[in-house]
Design a protein. Structure first.
Length: 109
């Protein structure tokens, strides 16, 4: 049974099977919203905060996810597998380029 994943930053929703990571599900459907990096838990590019829902994880780099991150559900999407519907917010290194508009206007140089 597939679960619904909602990326709160841009409102994108997609379905994700419990056997695929949040990134795999997003990529399979051609969706955008969570940045992709190494896809193996080592680069930290796909870091998200799980706002709501149940999930399980696989090993990820301690360089990018420490105990405080785990306690606050800030994890790497490439290593998160849904157990139910999820709501996430992008917080990784490339967050600004994925989420679009910023609060500052662009000034020509």
């Amino acid at each position: 049974m597939a679960h619904t994943v909602r990326i709160e930053d841009n409102g994108v929703t997609y379905t994700c099977a419990p056997t695929e990571s949040l990134l795999e599900g997003m990529q399979r459907l051609g969706r955008r919203g969570i940045p992709m990096g190494c896809r193996g838990g080592g680069c930290g590019v796909c870091k998200v905060e799980i706002l709501d829902g149940e999930f399980r994880t696989r090993a990820m780099s301690c360089d990018h996810v420490d105990d405080d991150d785990r306690n606050h559900r800030r994890l790497l999407a490439c290593r998160v597998y849904p157990s139910g519907d999820l709501s996430v917010r992008v917080i990784g290194k490339l967050q600004k380029s994925v989420c679009g508009a910023t609060s500052h206007p662009r000034v020509p140089v």
